[in-house]
Design a binder for this molecule. Structure first.
Ligand code: NAP
Length: 488
């Protein structure tokens, strides 16, 4: 694959590449450019010199191009689904769901083409007005993760471009091919030269340089909290605004009056969807003691039915890479050290043929996890979940809120008083009551604490890509009297 800089598909300036492996088999899938600082400079320069004309084109014309990109993605969607299966190990149905999500984001944001507004405010004396315009930030740098490599790219490109910004996107080094395919569709749809640029390469090598670049106005990044912290430090150099969608550690509460079957089904989704590699994944299950045994029986039975293997015909595919499997093994080592009860899974499954070299891990449940265990404090980001019994409301709220992360949370109950109380007391950006996720385009995806800053989706998400500018106008035609400066 290639970079896309200033309207040209090009290799990295020094010709170096990195390998992308297929996570189901460990085989080489493709090579992608290991971009240099020089590539970064060229991409940012192109974005900077093209953004004014793009902004002046007007939001309605930009919206048409973004919609057209959606139509082109829709027409060729099976290609994107296949890339997601091969590059990311998505199982078939989830690859299709992700493409549905991509289209939903693109069409949703394109609808804002006629909804960008400002204010006209009265001045402090007569015949004066203050025009408050919403204008783009200029050059936006988009940094995307690998777990939803298509949806995250769409969720950043569509609003950034619609609002008149130009973009340099650097996708995860685990999923460059998905990003390339989507960028090609935006280019085919008519995005002018220079407005959208794609560069690939290791964040550890070029990331610090991109985010601190003096020509960058906004950085929108989805990824780990550690990378987010680094970006905050580095943007002290340019004061660029940051949208940071970071880690999660969702509590999943099953109260004594819950529909246990529904709760277990939702938990299967919330934990094992995308092999647990989701920022909104349930990572801490709190079950009321009165229903714990019954709930665990149902949950264990459902978990045992999950078929792990080839993404083409399984319910759960591989993890993204070898180090993700090592990470699961290290959580299991901690669980064994703490003498916790591993009641399902706990190891790499025994698969045959090419899948033997893939990066798989069994759906795993660990019972009676103490609150201070690393399993309940650190983001696992894989198919491993811990369970803890709770007895009263106060304990439940205390434990659920006890996390440095604050993205998604789940509550299953039929007690409406508890629902209202939880809406206020659960300090997470998203509370899913009696339902699984994921978030909707018209919702504002945001988190408390170390989950980051700002958010994406809804009218509030669009606003993040715009800056409010004030123009003061005197239209009286009278000679100015500046009373505080004697003589004028
Ligand atoms: P990551 O390692 O933090 O990487 C995210 C992106 O940042 C990648 O493109 C990465 O490039 C780049 N990057 C790495 N170092 C950088 C640096 N110093 N400066 C600038 N950019 C840098 O995260 P990930 O492993 O891809 O994704 C998993 C994490 O994302 C999890 O913590 C998950 O919870 C979070 N996530 C959050 C949300 C949300 O909405 N809150 C959604 C999805 C995922 P390389 O790949 O080349 O390193």
């Amino acid at each position: 694959m290639k970079n896309y800089i200033d309207g040209q598909w090009v290799d990295s300036s020094n010709g170096k590449t990195l390998d992308k492996l297929n996570p189901s088999t460990g085989e080489l899938l493709d090579k992608f450019p290991a971009s240099t600082k020089d590539d970064v400079d060229r991409a940012i320069d192109a974005a900077e010199s093209s953004y004014e004309a793009w902004y002046n084109m007007g939001s309605v014309a930009r919206g048409k191009i973004i919609r057209e990109a959606g139509d082109r993605i829709k027409a060729a969607r099976s290609e994107l689904e296949n890339i997601l299966i091969k590059e990311c190990g998505k199982v078939k149905v989830q690859a299709a769901e992700e493409v549905d999500g991509v289209l939903d984001q693109i069409y949703y944001y394109s609808e804002f083409a006629r909804k960008i507004t400002g204010d006209i405010v009265e001045g402090t004396t007569s015949k004066r007005k203050i025009f408050q315009y919403k204008v783009p930030h200029g050059v936006v740098v988009a940094l995307t993760p690998w777990n939803f490599p298509a949806a995250m790219v769409a969720r950043k490109l569509a609003p950034a471009l619609l609002t008149g910004n130009s973009v340099v996107i650097k996708p995860s080094s685990d999923t460059p091919l998905t990003a390339e395919w989507i960028v090609r569709k935006f280019v085919e749809a008519g995005i002018p030269k220079g407005v959208l640029n794609l560069i690939t390469g290791k964040g550890s090598e070029i990331g610090d340089y991109i985010v601190a670049h003096r020509k960058v106005g906004l950085i929108t990044m989805t990824g780990s909290t550690e990378t987010g912290q680094r970006i905050i430090k580095n943007t002290s150099a340019n004061m660029a605004k940051t949208i940071l969608e970071l880690g999660g550690k969702a509590p999943f509460i099953v109260w004594k009056d819950a529909d246990l079957e529904n709760a277990a089904r939702a938990l299967i989704w919330a934990k094992f969807w995308n092999a647990g590699q989701s920022c909104i994944a349930a990572e801490r299950v709190y079950v009321h003691s009165e229903v714990k045994k019954k709930f665990m029986d149902i949950f264990l039975k459902m978990t045992g039915e999950i078929k792990v293997g080839d993404p083409q015909d399984s319910a759960m595919g591989p993890l993204i890479n070898k180090s993700a499997v090592e990470n699961m093994n290290s959580f299991m080592a901690k669980a064994r050290e703490e003498k916790l009860q591993i009641v399902a899974g706990g190891k790499t499954p025994d698969l045959s043929g090419k899948l033997k070299n893939g990066f798989f891990f069994e759906p795993t449940i660990i019972d009676n996890v103490p609150q201070n265990s690393p399993l309940f404090q650190e983001e696992i980001f894989g198919p491993v979940v811990g369970v803890h019994e709770v007895k009263d409301r106060e304990e439940m709220f205390k434990l659920a809120n006890d996390s440095k992360y604050g993205l998604a949370s789940y509550l299953f109950t039929s007690d409406m008083n508890l629902v209202y109380e939880a809406s206020e007391r659960i300090r997470f950006g998203e509370v899913y009551v009696n339902m699984p996720g994921p978030e909707a385009s018209q919702g504002y995806h945001t988190g408390f604490r170390m989950t980051g800053q700002a958010g994406e989706g809804s009218k509030y998400g669009i606003e993040e890509y715009l800056k409010l500018k004030n123009v003061y106008v005197d239209y009286s035609g009278e000679k100015l009297k500046i009373g505080t400066v004697p003589g004028f």
